[in-house]
Design a protein around this ligand. Structure first.
Ligand code: LAN
Length: 735
């Protein structure tokens, strides 16, 4: 349900930045058990979001053509669009499963256990099913569903199972414990795991590297300040340092006493905490700690031995808690992501008990819980609504079918969604909280958490402009021009000095901060770097805007686009490819890069564009598809999965067509490349299901270099976008 125009925050005073309910996705299961369809992770660990889709399709007429596949591109494309339209929510957004990571749910379970928040029987049972489903043959879990077991994944999920009520004698626990003990015990969990174990009181804080909250009180001119790190990084280390500084520990219970004796190589009383500090199991390593951070950890271990709770520490704790509360209020208690959402909740409970703030946190927990056929999981975000909705709309209009009556409702609703999901206000006193601009931007999900992203803004802006351009007559209540100006101002304000665009904020730190990266399991988390994806989307949106409104900041936009173009060109690999960092991975990056370059005016004969096209053509497989798998993101090499993938194929096709497309002319030339495209289109059509859907294949999203994340919408939006673009550029050509 969409509550229009609610701009007052939960404290009754603060202005929230958008509509807090529009696009909100929550599950409220009725009854004691959730009935789940069969699921086999061995066949494919990626769930297809069957439950949600069944609910959305209930009582709707799904057209099932008699012919399972067709040779007519238009028919296949329309079938796909009409099917996907049925999945749209009443408020105009597309919602869905955003799972994949396996280290999120344990944080939530630990927090609920400590604070006494009852998730309810059906959710807890569903979580147990989820963990059973994703347990690997060796008894462990990886950091995400496609990864082999790690200590981090296994210890966290073992503890979660125990807290959810599974006895140690159950096979799922026995196998997991065997994995942990076979590989050296839970003292080898990397730092984030140690943190959670220490909060739960099954690990000693002496075994955790120091995270002094007083670092928040460093003067702002100091070369390093946590406030200058990437927003996700600092918002996780903020509550972490707070709880560390307080040495918060849950009350010991009979169950936690049992866990203490289950996960270490020796009885709990004999674990050497000084040896455990900083130790981790080698398989967990993605980013080995630098000499600098190891030295700092050592020095800080002495510092921590000074009498605690000095005035400086008290000041640090006070300021950190203030920042936590500011984040809570301005993000409507959703926070920026799943990790710090529950850490903030625990910090509030540890300080205020069951206060009003804590209750508000409880009310926003459900925004992170998703139910799919593999069980109940914690989602990676409060959803990917804005991102998915913008791709759906662009895919639709790219097909050149304009005002097709059958899709009117869909288009109007989506426009309405975008209007509500835009951030309308700045955070008050933003600098004091180390916050950045947010007015005018769109976030990845709904507006509720108020953290806009450059590329989500770019995609949403392009989508709204497309709707006005091609279906303006359908929209009665258009967004005022200022909203577009604000979006443009937001993007322009964030451009980094290297010409590229970051995610949430203009980068404030330095690359050498990465030497201080304390998280062994993630890379590239310390500052808001420039990304090809964010750069391409921002610049293409700016160009589109400028064409329509040439008098608004034309010079500034022109210069911004030029610098962004140079940034993108500099990212090209020798092979012609571009490496994407938020999707898998060369096909994804190359698609964005080509879109960006063409928006900046590069022609089909541009050398860099040609190299990119050549690269993609060289990766086509026998069956006409492309196939990249997640592990290429870790190794930065083009790695293929066993089978061709519809999402990889669609990105490659979109990039190719964008690359060879001739503006304002018939598509002549590039015969060889068009042949490659035709083969790819044929592959996509051959994989389409009779109802217009595609099957869920391998994971296609990624973050922080090492963790994969699911985008269920991608298997629909990108294939129909590719079909649509082909249909527009090669009208009438049958396959
Ligand atoms: C996301 C999801 C969306 C993604 C895109 C918009 C696709 C990208 O182009 C920019 C970065 C962004 C917004 C992004 C950043 C990192 C996120 C928030 C995530 C991948 C979703 C989950 C992840 C977050 C960091 C997960 C929590 C884990 C930690 C290590 C803190």
């Amino acid at each position: 349900k969409c509550i229009v125009g609610s701009t007052t925050g939960p404290d009754g005073k603060t202005k929230l930045t958008g509509d807090t309910e529009c696009g909100r996705q929550v599950w409220r299961p009725q009854g004691e058990v959730i009935e789940l369809p069969p699921f086999s992770a061995a066949e494919n660990p990626n769930s297809a979001d069957i439950l949600f889709r069944q609910l959305m399709l209930k009582d709707k007429k799904v057209k099932t053509p008699t012919k399972p596949t067709s040779s007519n591109v238009e028919e296949s494309m329309l079938k796909a669009i009409d099917f996907y339209q049925l999945l749209q929510s009443e408020d105009g957004s597309w919602q869905g499963d955003y799972g994949g990571p396996m280290f999120l749910l344990p944080g939530l379970v630990v927090t609920c256990y400590i604070t006494g928040h009852d998730l309810g029987k059906s959710i807890k049972e569903g979580m147990i099913v989820y963990l059973r489903n994703h347990q690997q043959i060796d008894g462990g879990w990886g950091m995400h569903i496609e990864e082999a077991s790690t200590m981090f994944g296994t210890v966290m999920n073992y503890v979660a199972l125990r807290l959810l009520g599974v006895p140690a004698s159950d096979n799922v626990c026995k196998d997991a414990r065997a994995f942990i003990l076979r590989h050296g015990g839970a003292s080898l969990t990397p730092s984030w795991g140690k943190f959670w174990l220490a909060c739960l009181n099954v690990y000693d804080w002496r075994g955790v590297d120091s995270l002094p909250p007083e670092m928040w009180c460093l003067p702002s001119w100091f070369p390093f300040h946590p406030g200058r790190t990437w927003v996700h990084c600092r918002m996780v280390y903020l509550p972490m340092s707070y709880l560390y500084g307080k040495r918060f520990q849950a009350k010991l219970t009979p169950l936690t006493m049992e866990i203490r004796e289950e996960i270490y190589m020796t009885p709990y009383a004999q674990v050497s905490w000084s040896k455990a500090r900083g130790a981790y199991y080698p398989l967990d390593e993605y980013h080995p700690p630098s000499f600098l951070i190891r030295f700092l950890n050592y020095a800080l271990s002495w510092y921590e031995m000074l009498p605690n709770f000095t005035a400086f520490r008290r000041k640090g704790l006070e300021y950190a808690f203030e920042c936590i509360q500011a984040d809570d209020v301005t993000s409507n208690y959703c926070s920026i992501g799943p990790v710090n959402k529950v850490m903030n909740m625990l910090s509030v409970w540890a300080t205020e008990g069951e206060s009003e703030n804590f209750v508000k946190h409880q009310q926003r927990l459900e925004d992170y819980i998703w139910v799919a056929e593999d069980g109940v999981k914690m989602a990676g975000y409060i959803g990917s609504q804005t991102w998915d909705t913008s791709f759906a709309i662009q895919g639709f209009f790219e097909a050149g079918i304009g005002m097709r009556q059958e899709n009117k409702d869909m288009v109007v609703k989506a426009y309405n969604y975008f209007k509500h999901a835009q951030n309308k206000y700045e955070v008050e006193n933003a600098k004091y909280w180390w916050r950045s601009e947010q007015k005018g931007g769109w976030g990845f999900g709904p507006a509720a958490n108020g953290y806009p992203v450059t590329d989500c803004t770019g995609e949403a802006l392009k989508s709204m402009m497309l709707i006005e351009e091609f279906a303006g007559d359908w929209i009665d209540d258009k967004a005022p021009f200022e909203r577009y100006q604000e979006a443009v101002d937001f993007m322009l304000a964030l451009q980094n000095d290297d010409g590229g665009f970051p995610t949430y904020e203009k980068s404030r730190g330095y690359e050498w901060y990465e030497y201080l990266n304390p998280a062994v399991v993630f890379g590239g988390i310390m500052i808001d770097y420039s990304y090809i994806e964010c750069t391409s989307t921002s610049m293409s949106a700016l160009v589109k805007f400028s064409k329509k409104y040439p008098t608004y900041r034309p010079e500034k936009i022109r210069r911004a686009v030029k610098r962004a173009e140079t940034y993108i060109r500099n990212q090209q690999y020798q092979s012609g490819a571009f490496f994407g960092k938020w999707g898998v991975c060369f096909n994804y990056g190359t698609w964005f890069a080509v879109v960006g370059l063409r928006a900046a005016g590069a022609t089909e004969d541009d050398e860099d564009v040609r190299d990119a096209v050549k690269f993609l053509c060289s990766k086509q497989r026998e069956d006409g598809g492309w196939s990249e798998c997640f592990f290429g993101c870790v190794s930065k090499m083009y790695l293929e999965a066993d089978e061709s993938q519809v999402v990889s194929t669609s990105w490659a096709l979109l990039a190719l067509m964008r690359g060879i497309e001739r503006k304002d002319q018939e598509q002549i030339g590039f015969e060889k490349e068009w042949e490659v495209v035709r083969k790819g289109i044929k592959f996509l059509m051959s994989k389409q299901q009779p109802n217009g859907d595609w099957l869920q294949e391998r994971i296609s999203g990624v973050f922080n270099r090492s963790c994969a994340i699911t985008y269920t919408a991608f298997r629909n939006v990108f294939p129909f976008w590719a079909l649509g673009l082909y249909h527009k550029l090669q009208p009438g050509k049958s396959i």
